[in-house]
Design a protein around this ligand. Structure first.
Ligand SMILES: [Zn+2]
Length: 239
């Protein structure tokens, strides 16, 4: 019986590993998706700020054209100075020029303000671009790691499944059936170790006499509380 219990103990460990791999298989794609969404958000935010910069540049160009128009008007009015005949006409022309000049200095101020805003935004964008590059790099690295783990898990899955098949045939069939029945009922754990007189499946104490028997690994002994098959693994220390 000792041999069969040992084989079953190995099988239990493999079954837990396989269960873990299966859980990870569910988790990895979700993590990848989350990372990709984060990347997308980051890029969208950057593009939005860049769009704002573009629209400011456009506004600046418009105002510059407007300014040129006003300056053109001033020149034209000034050119008409020599043609003026009366004092009244002269005054009117001066007023006109004054109005155009006021308009152009107002536009000049507006252009200055926009240019300041553009400078500030450009600095922000440069900073953001740097940050984004770092973040993206980190995310790519994370994605690479997840992919690597997935690949390793696939290899481990194949190896362990193969070993499971062999063990399943070697373990005495009634013991194997009992194990599978318990495993199904007890969250994938049909066989547990006992340490310090405590079942490691339900953490309830086992009677001292039973503990002594379990340490022999000679018979099928089941936890009085959770019914799992008990196994002595030398307190988890490697032989
Ligand atoms: Zn128990």
């Amino acid at each position: 019986m000792r041999k069969h219990l040992e084989l079953l103990w190995e099988l239990q460990k493999i079954d837990l590993d396989l269960k873990h791999i299966m859980d990870e298989r569910d988790r990895y794609p979700k993590e990848l998706k989350k990372l990709e969404e984060k990347q997308k958000l980051e890029q969208e935010r950057f593009l939005k700020e860049k769009e704002k910069l573009d629209s400011l540049e456009k506004e600046r160009r418009q105002k510059e054209r407007h300014l040129l128009g006003e300056q053109e008007k001033i020149k034209r009015s000034e050119g008409r100075m020599s043609e003026v005949k009366t004092n009244k006409e002269y005054q009117a022309l001066l007023n006109e020029i004054e109005t155009f000049k006021e308009a152009s200095s107002r536009i000049e101020e507006e252009i200055l303000l926009i240019m300041e805003e553009i400078e500030e935004l450009k600095k922000q964008l440069a900073r953001r671009e740097k940050e984004m590059a770092t973040t993206l790099e980190k995310m790519e690295e994370e994605k690479r790691k997840i992919q690597e783990k997935m690949d390793q898990d696939e290899i481990a899955w194949k190896e362990k499944s193969y070993r499971k098949e062999i063990l399943s045939k070697q373990v005495e069939s009634n013991l194997f059936k009992l194990y599978n029945m318990l495993r199904e009922k007890r969250q994938g754990v049909g066989m547990v170790s006992v340490r310090n007189e405590t079942c490691q499946g339900c953490f309830v104490n086992v009677p001292p006499q039973m503990f002594i028997e379990v340490q022999k690994n000679n018979a099928i002994i089941r936890c009085p509380n959770c019914n799992r098959i008990l196994y002595w693994d030398g307190n988890g220390e490697k032989k």
